[in-house]
Design a protein. Sequence first.
Length: 245
Amino acid sequence: MNNEILLEGERLDDLELDNLMIIQKQSGYKFSTDSVLLANFTKVRQNDVYVDLCTGSGVVAILASYKNKVKKSYAVEIQPEMADRATRSIKYNNLNIEVINDDLINLTKVLGYESVDVISVNPPYNPVGLTSEKDEIAIATHEIKTNLETICRVSSKTLKYGGKFYMVHRADRLSDIIFELKKSNLEPKVLRVVYPKASKEPNLVLIEAKKGAKSGLKILSPLVLCNEDGTETQELKEIYNRKNI
């Protein structure tokens, strides 16, 4: 089975949850802790229409759909090779997730306006800079094919009134995030700041917004990933399902 589903230069990695696996390119973009944090932060009901944008390998869609027992999900990815890997990973895990290989700007044409209950996104964090438009890793990490403004605008058009939007992003872009969310009628409702260590500055934020909601932001306790000696905190172990380690 492994040899049948893998292409040359690919490998199967363990997602550490009930034998779920993910196909990754050995020399290409690989998901990191931020994706796992987002999947754990995202809350979806079984019958919700759920979409993961900028899905890459499909890891957030796979984990969030599986954990929340979502009956039907969608995963949007603009890069054909990454969309293909996500499709094969989903097939391997026997999940009901449809991969949409398209620019997310076309999402309303595919799914319709105000048709979705929950959206999650781990977007490209960095401004374009000196990057190649043909580089898989650059496209995944830099705002080459999309940006924060576009993601918020498209998400607002696609979400139902009262729909939820979940995102992980760089902490130093929090002001931009809140500005773009509110501009698109996505009201920030829950914020959690992520610290690599308690002694370090935060590097990530997890944010939940709600379409059409009144203002009022709940700030959760900080999420610290590692102890001062570099070992994982108990909470991070639990997020990764390493409860007995």
